[in-house]
Design a binder for this molecule. Structure first.
Ligand SMILES: *Cc1c(COP(=O)(O)O)cnc(C)c1O
Length: 361
């Protein structure tokens, strides 16, 4: 079976974890600080605050900007549920703008009409590792006095006009095992705003800067040194992982480009795509997915139900009609391009798709 995702772990991570265990300091310690510094440097931000999941990063980032009850945050419904849930956790309301059909990211033209007096922030998701249209989004945020947040949980290392995502506004990353790099579970907030960083650190540790002095309501969102040790090792390998993903994606696009019933992912000008997922569009994608499973090729559907159509969101009263989002949910299929995939695997995947013959309708 060629899996859709596979964490790349070797003796480096095993040794790093073993060293932490032998040290006896296994919760948050020096390695978390070192990891934060390395990740901030990598992303090109002044601060990074490590937490125990991507969801925790989003939650703490939104809270650190003072967003809460009565506020609205404009984001994408074509994402993992955590994007919108993290807004709900704070008491604020997620407001969904439709996506661009070609990048699957929030369409800047759709943002303006969603702005109300309650809007506090815009939170694009760099879905699959392709940067959102940051110039246009940044302009809207600046014109309307809105906070810019980025859900960069799938986009470690992706760049827009030479700048890494997560450095335009306050960024959140995930280090779940299927992501471009892992710490097992884990996440991080990136920001150039010292106050936001300081508040996020407090929210991470029960609202305290100084032990047993609690200035605000916080949580336990701390990352462990065990996770940070894995993260330090993984971050060093991230540039190599990213180029391997990009190589696999390029090769797959070359091989699939002559199949007219498959639409390959685009990489927009001024962007680098970190290919967390290589996502094609096709009719009858469920049948293609079943067919590929028989051929021992793993695929993924991210995401089959948009957030605004989820039972819980319906219960909350969401009733949007987001045509591009809903169409994408019916057509997307992700194919394996992770760093464990070889050129030979790419041939196998492309040949299997070709042999399916195309959708029946
Ligand atoms: C993975 C992911 C998250 C949440 O990260 P966790 O580490 O799983 O909590 C949030 N948003 C997006 C877009 C993701 O892909």
């Amino acid at each position: 079976m060629i899996p859709i995702a596979k964490p790349q772990l070797d003796e480096t991570e095993i040794q790093a974890v073993t060293d932490v265990l032998r040290s006896g300091i296994i919760a948050e310690g020096q390695r978390v600080k070192d990891f934060e510094q390395a990740f901030a440097e990598y992303t090109g931000t002044e601060h990074a605050v490590a937490v125990n999941s991507g969801t925790a990063a989003l939650h703490a980032a939104i809270l650190a900007h003072g967003i809460g009850k009565g506020d609205e945050v404009i984001t994408s419904s074509f994402s993992f549920i955590a994007t919108a849930n993290s807004i709900l956790f704070t008491g604020a309301k997620p407001v969904f703008a439709d996506i661009s059909a070609d990048t699957f990211n929030i369409d800047p033209h759709m943002i303006e009409e969603k702005i109300t007096p309650a809007t506090k922030a815009i939170m694009p998701v760099h879905l699959y590792g392709h940067p959102a249209e940051m110039d246009a989004i940044k302009d809207i945020a600046e014109d309307r006095g809105l906070i810019l947040l980025e859900d960069a949980c799938q986009a470690h290392g992706a760049t827009y006009k030479g700048k890494k995502v997560g450095s335009f506004g306050t960024g959140s990353f995930s280090f779940y095992p299927t992501k471009n790099m892992t710490t097992s579970e884990g996440g991080i907030i990136t920001t150039n705003d010292e106050e936001v960083a300081s508040k996020a650190r407090m929210i991470r540790a029960h609202g305290s800067k100084q032990r047993y002095l609690h200035e605000m309501l916080g949580f336990n969102l701390r990352m462990t040194d065990i996770s940070a040790a894995i993260g330090i090792a993984q971050l060093k390998k991230l540039p190599d992982y990213t180029s391997r993903r990009q190589h696999n994606a390029k090769l797959l696009t070359e091989k699939l480009s002559n199949i007219e019933w498959i639409k390959c992912p685009e990489v927009k000008e001024n962007c680098t795509h970190s290919f967390h997922q290589y996502t094609v569009r096709t009719q009858d994608r469920d049948e293609l997915s079943d067919y590929l499973r028989i051929k021992e090729i793993g695929t993924g559907i991210y995401y089959p139900i948009p957030i605004h159509r989820q039972p819980y969101y319906k219960e909350l009263g969401y009733n949007d009609s987001l045509l591009a989002t809903e169409k994408a949910s019916r057509e997307v299929l992700s194919l394996p391009v992770h760093p464990g995939i070889t050129d030979e695997d790419i041939d196998t995947i492309a040949n299997a798709i070709e042999s399916w013959g195309g959708p029946s309708c």
